[in-house]
Write a protein that binds this ligand. Structure first.
Ligand SMILES: Nc1ncnc2c1ncn2[C@@H]1O[C@H](COP(=O)(O)OP(=O)(O)OP(=O)(O)O)[C@@H](O)[C@H]1O
Length: 584
């Protein structure tokens, strides 16, 4: 837990964390000593030794003051750390996320980030503000009381020492059971939460298939599983919490029994026994409080573990220093092999060259590795063997920032910010002039969308660009690429944009981009394939054919068959007039 707290706070606040823990421990020890000092005070009072009682009372008062100072210090430092956590954790998460490889961001991982950045952060602040104090002092204070008891009366002290293993064993036994059922309940909770989100996202599909009234089986199953896990947790937790309480009471009974037996045999003064039992009674209080709080601390520990694991995710190695580009704008693969899992390569021995200011189209069956090939250029992942070069330099030898400045990525799943159209295009180059933004919008066909919108370029597009169609969102993304003017453009043509209007605009943008940039396109439009200087045909992770459209048709191989199938299916599709012009 402490290790996780140190990870979450980061190196800048570790010294403060150590000081806080120091004060917390000091508070627990002082509290225990102050409790123990009740014994000499009571003894003096029972013995009628007024001056002795006053002396002891003075020491007790000093101890109480010191305890208050320690409590104040640990509370203030705990709250300060809670505030620091709240203000810095989001920054630390943000700083770490930008250093992770792009391939890390699957929807499951993004869900984890969302949970950690919201509920997780509040739980962690709660640890400092409320949870750690009773739990730490609930262990340190009773331990101090045991030591004091050994000094005051070794026999009763020995009873407490013998009780310690029983208390510890019961606590561990119940904690492991409770922890297991909590983890099962947490996992069922997360699954039910994910299903609710999935249910909300799937509304369009479900309603389209008339499933709006009847239940959604996966959600119902997840909710049932969650409630069963909750019931199981209750059934497993209650007896164990009772066993914890019973163990504490047993220890107290053993202490009272031993004390009374000693008193009956004259081995201890009845007055001293009363004082010692008063101390023992105070020993039970912090223990019970700690046991009560430890469940919440454990849950917070789980959240903390998840955040620490997130911050421990290995960042993309960014040790490259080479900024020189021997062949600006060129992309090259040299015998590249890559797999998402060991022993299951998705790309095998890929060697290719895309000369500067040319367009290469990548085609191939679904799952043949087209997207993966493009991802290796942007370092979503690093190749297992071989090298990927941009501008003649291995992508791993370049600082990541330098590499990204060379690339524009236009993907199928374009994300638009809940901002204006203009703001979304400007992401490509924030310092572009208004004229340049308008020009990029025109080239990518965004101006045609603008004409239909009430506030033109100043129209907000909604969360994720919800007010635009898939093809329109990709046009905005193409406009970003046009504005960025990066030497290399990686484009995954949107299948959602397979309508004549979008095809026309994408072709227009490609022509403009080709003037200054090298294009590698995962092509879905026949016109793009025909216009390419080079076509790579991928089959099960290998380049099985390469050449121009004419060369590949003449070869009468896989591409020629693929082309023939697509050409026939095109019979029912509308073809824009000027697409023919592009298709030289
Ligand atoms: N993040 C991932 N983790 C594990 N396997 C993956 C991942 N992404 C893709 N794959 C697998 O790698 C193989 C190649 O996928 P890739 O997306 O590169 O193919 P593709 O040719 O682009 O397919 P499509 O045309 O359908 O998009 C597929 O078998 C796919 O299941």
């Amino acid at each position: 837990m402490i290790r996780h707290l140190a990870t979450v706070l980061g190196p800048d606040h570790r010294a403060e964390l150590r000081r806080y823990l120091g004060w917390l421990a000091a508070y627990g020890v002082l509290d225990g000593i102050a409790m123990a000092f009740l014994v000499p005070v009571l003894r003096s009072l029972f013995d009628g030794d007024t001056s002795g009682a006053l002396r002891h009372l003075a020491v007790l008062a000093a101890l109480v003051v010191a305890t208050c100072v320690a409590r104040y210090q640990q509370a203030m430092r705990g709250f300060a750390l809670a505030v620091v956590t709240l203000t810095t954790l989001h920054d630390r998460l943000g700083d770490h996320l930008v250093r992770l490889p792009l391939g890390w961001f699957t929807s499951e991982k993004v869900g984890r980030v969302a949970r950690s950045a919201t509920t997780g952060t509040f739980t962690v602040t709660n640890v400092f503000a409320h949870l750690l104090t009773p739990v730490v002092s609930g262990v340190v204070t009773p331990a101090t009381v045991v030591l004091a008891m050994l000094v005051l009366d070794w026999r009763l002290g020995l009873v407490l020492v013998c009780c310690a293993p029983l208390l510890y064993a019961t606590h561990r036994w119940s904690a492991s059971w409770i922890g297991r059922s909590e983890r099962q309940r947490d996992a069922a909770d997360a699954r039910a939460g994910n299903r609710v989100v999935e249910f909300a996202r799937a509304q369009k599909t479900l309603r389209a298939f008339g499933r709006d009234r009847e239940g959604y089986a996966p959600l119902e199953a997840a909710v049932e599983e969650r409630s069963a896990a909750g019931g199981r947790m209750l059934a497993e937790t209650m007896p164990r919490l009772l066993a914890n309480g019973l163990a504490v009471q047993l220890c107290f009974a053993a202490l009272v029994g031993t004390g009374v037996t000693l008193a009956l045999h004259g081995a201890v003064e009845p007055a001293a026994l009363v004082a010692l039992l008063a101390l023992a009674a105070r020993f039970v209080g912090p223990l019970s409080e700690a046991a009560g709080m430890s469940g919440m601390l454990r849950m917070a520990g789980n959240d903390l573990g998840r955040i620490a694991a997130l911050l421990d995710e290995p960042p993309l190695p960014d040790t490259g220093t080479r900024t020189t580009l021997d062949q600006p704008g060129e992309i090259a693969f040299e015998n590249v092999t890559f797999g998402y899992e060991d022993g299951n390569p998705v790309l095998r021995g890929i060697t290719l060259r895309v000369p500067a200011r040319t367009m290469t189209a990548v085609v191939g069956a679904s799952g043949s590795g087209k997207t993966t090939l493009v991802r290796l250029i942007a370092r979503f992942f690093d190749a297992d063997t071989g090298s990927v070069r941009v501008g003649g330099t291995d992508v791993r030898e370049m600082p990541v920032e330098r590499l990204m400045s060379q690339l524009s990525l236009v993907q199928q799943d374009v994300y638009l910010f809940d901002d204006t159209l203009e703001g979304n295009i400007r992401v490509g180059r924030p310092d572009a002039t208004d004229e340049e933004v308008r020009e990029a919008a025109r080239i990518a066909g965004v101006d045609e969308i603008v004409e239909r919108l009430p506030h033109g370029l100043a129209t907000r597009v909604g969360e994720g660009g919800a007010s635009l169609s898939g093809g329109e969102r990709q046009r905005v993304s193409v406009a970003r690429a046009v504005l960025k003017r990066a030497p290399v453009v990686l484009l995954d043509e949107a299948t959602a944009a397979l309508d004549p209007e979008n095809e026309k605009y994408v072709q227009q943008a490609l022509r403009t981009l080709m003037r200054d940039s090298t294009l590698l396109v995962i092509a879905h439009q026949l016109s793009t394939v025909i216009a390419a200087d080079q076509i790579l045909v991928l089959d099960e992770g290998r380049i099985c054919e390469r050449g121009t459209h004419e060369e590949l048709l003449a070869a009468e191989g896989r591409y020629a068959r693929f082309w023939e199938r697509r050409r026939r299916s095109r019979g029912w599709r509308l073809v824009p007039d000027d697409a023919v012009e592009v298709a030289r």
